[in-house]
Design a protein around this ligand. Sequence first.
Ligand code: UFG
Length: 329
Amino acid sequence: MSVVLVTGGAGYIGSHTVDALLTYGDQVIVLDNLSTGHRGAVLTEHFYEGDISDRELVAEIIQKHGVEAVIHFAAKSLVGESMQKPDLYFIENTGKTSQLLQTLVENGVKNFIFSSTAAVYGIPEDVPIAESATISPINPYGESKAMIESICQWMEQAYGLRWCALRYFNAAGAHPQGHIGEDHTPETHLIPLILQTALGQRRNIGIFGEDYNTEDGTCIRDYIHVCDLAEAHVKALKGLLQDLPNGPYNIGTGFGFSVREVIQTAEIVVGSSIAQQMLPRREGDPAQLVAQANRLSEATGWKPKMSDLQTILSTAWNWHNRHPHGYTE
Ligand code: UFG
């Protein structure tokens, strides 16, 4: 059993990871300021509403619970917003994570799992993308996360920080039990928008560009089920407490699907056609993002189990049907 502090544990990926940790019998403490997370998504009795930059609170949590490791999700994560307000992203993500790391090291916590992103690669030169690919973000969101990875490297050198950065590709799906799932305001992600269209909450799903250099002209992404992603954090945590090498790990499946393929599979899952509208390209979308994703598997035995498109969509559909207005109902 480990004692783990999860920042952002009221968010989408954070809540699924808390669920997985609890299943393994770990003691889990959630710290979340509820700026985008939901109180109803917090699955542990140990919940603190507060900010990662509150040094006194973080130190108190560490001492009180005997925290051994931190999984850090709390962040701003909207690419478009980061283009409008880059300063916000560097303060909220890079600045506050530096403060958090300082508090952790000062209080003797040296195991750190960081929620990174495929956005650190920008427009990749080669697909599938290996961890050794050039880091070249094209938006402040990706840059703010890439900077944190560098900070971890320096803190490893200075203080012996044990860390890994999990670079997520496209997190999707929901817990098969239907008690937690995706609920963002505003919602910008493809799969929830498709399913909200199927529920009649939106008129249609807009397809951002059909003139990409891909087989059907729409963008290709590597969709990873959020429960597989959660499991990756558990494996990384157990690995870090033993001999898992520090550094970045891609978390994807190694398989890509186009926007059209996702919509077609959604139509099969929901059993009806879904209205579509062609739109111009969205700024900053690379044509293809697919992970070379064997580093964590080779090191820990982690393997995606639920990340076939049908399972992703049917678990998400189950969540949206049961909670058509997210956590407010
Ligand atoms: N898309 C549409 N219509 C929509 C929404 C999305 O066609 O209404 C397309 C996008 O153009 C993209 C694909 O569906 O090709 C997936 O888009 P999402 O917005 O669901 O996800 P992204 O790939 O843009 O974003 C994900 C993560 C980000 C991360 C980024 C890395 O959610 O946090 O990958 O580039 F930064």
